[in-house]
Ligand binder design. Structure first.
Ligand code: BYC
Length: 331
């Protein structure tokens, strides 16, 4: 998407932009302070570039690993309508992965390098996708809570300082909004159904609530990438986003008729926010460290997709080479 239109001569793009220069840095900081966008051809500090590659690629990995828990239910959707919606949603997630990989590539890293980091376990992806989808209500709850949390985190990224990432986020957020609504709609339907269906919804909410609020990352005091805020990448902190999400979701749970599994969840008049219970950070770090219920399966599925796709990559390269030879012959 972005990479195709770049065509920066190697010397110009990679050489000078790596040199740390106080004048370039002043110009860069001024642009960030004025709320402007940094574009791929602009000079940027090496640490900014690395932080962006880390976050954008982790985000891309989350999208394509995130296809798996829901993709697992496409063949078991209870109606044609729900199947079509789920199919469209999972395809959207694949598309988000593509925009994000393309945005990361504008920073001078190759898709192969990024993928290798995912498959070797070096790169992270969102903790949430290491939990299993056990019943159909999980699909609704993923839309409502997981996509809901993702939108809360991604809306501020539409104004982040790196142009290709910010622009990708605008479309992603529009699609996430549809994802969130389809999930909530699915759950509303189930809540109007039988007692057993209502129990399925409550069971799914009980299992996904805590992992969803963990998605925002560690408490601010334990968040290590503080430069991200200074550079206008992260515009709202992990804890502030988590609080916004909790505040918005409590009312939605009431309308739905489910309870959220936290006895400490209570409106705090003085703060103007809901208080909530302690997060189990041991569980979070264990899942992030590869020991969640599904980490091994998720990486195995992505590895298989990579291996199965080898012939497509080879065919695309052969096709491009054939065209390039023809163009040279015609010139
Ligand atoms: N899971 O200093 P911190 C979707 C890591 S997909 C795993 O606060 P940062 C969807 C963090 O990477 C949406 N790791 O980091 C798809 C760091 O480790 P490293 C995914 C996590 O970057 C399909 C360490 O903890 N969204 O919506 O400032 C179907 C310290 O954290 C997590 C994005 O990727 C986690 N949850 O802030 C349905 C959004 N949290 O890198 C839905 C873009 C933290 O030093 N990313 N860590 O090894 C971000 O906004 C930020 O990267 C985060 C973390 C807020 C996630």
């Amino acid at each position: 998407m972005y990479t195709q239109s770049l065509s920066i001569p190697d010397g110009e793009a990679k050489g000078p932009r790596k040199v740390e220069n106080p004048d370039y840095l002043a110009e860069f900081n001024a642009k960030i302070d004025a709320g402007g966008f940094i574009e791929p051809k602009d000079w940027m500090p090496e640490a900014y570039r690395k932080t962006l590659i880390r976050q954008i690629s982790q985000h891309a990995h989350s999208e394509i690993v995130g296809m798996l828990p829901e993709g697992n239910w496409i063949t078991r959707a209870p109606s044609l309508k729900r199947k079509a919606i789920l199919l469209a949603k999972v395809q959207d997630e694949g598309g988000h992965g593509l925009y994000l990989y393309a945005a990361a590539e504008t920073l001078g890293v190759s898709r192969d390098e990024l993928y290798e980091a995912l498959l070797s376990g070096k790169a992270k992806y969102s903790s949430i996708f290491n939990y299993p989808t056990l019943n159909w209500a999980d699909i609704g709850v993923i839309g409502w809570l997981v996509d809901g949390a993702a939108i809360m985190n991604q809306i501020p990224l539409c104004k982040c300082s790196y142009g290709p990432y910010a622009r990708a986020m605008i479309r992603v957020c529009k699609e996430e909004s549809f994802h969130q609504r389809q999930g909530y709609d699915l759950l509303l339907q189930m809540m109007k159904g039988t007692e057993e269906q209502r129990e399925m919804v409550q069971d799914a909410v009980n299992r996904w609530w805590w992992p969803s609020i963990m998605m925002f990352g560690p408490h601010d005091k334990d968040s290590v990438h503080t430069d991200s805020a200074r550079w206008g990448i992260k515009r709202i902190s992990n804890d502030d986003l988590r609080q916004k999400f909790v505040d918005a979701t409590v009312k939605q749970a009431e309308v739905l008729g489910v309870s959220l599994p936290d006895p400490a969840l209570k409106w705090n008049e003085a703060r103007g926010h809901y208080d909530f219970g302690a997060i189990d950070w041991d569980e979070f770090w264990s899942v992030v460290g590869g020991n969640g219920q599904c980490n091994v399966d998720r990486l195995a599925a992505r590895q298989k997709a990579w291996d199965d796709g080898a012939w497509v990559r080879e065919a695309a390269i052969a096709h491009a080479e054939k065209h390039s030879v023809r163009q040279q012959q015609a010139a």
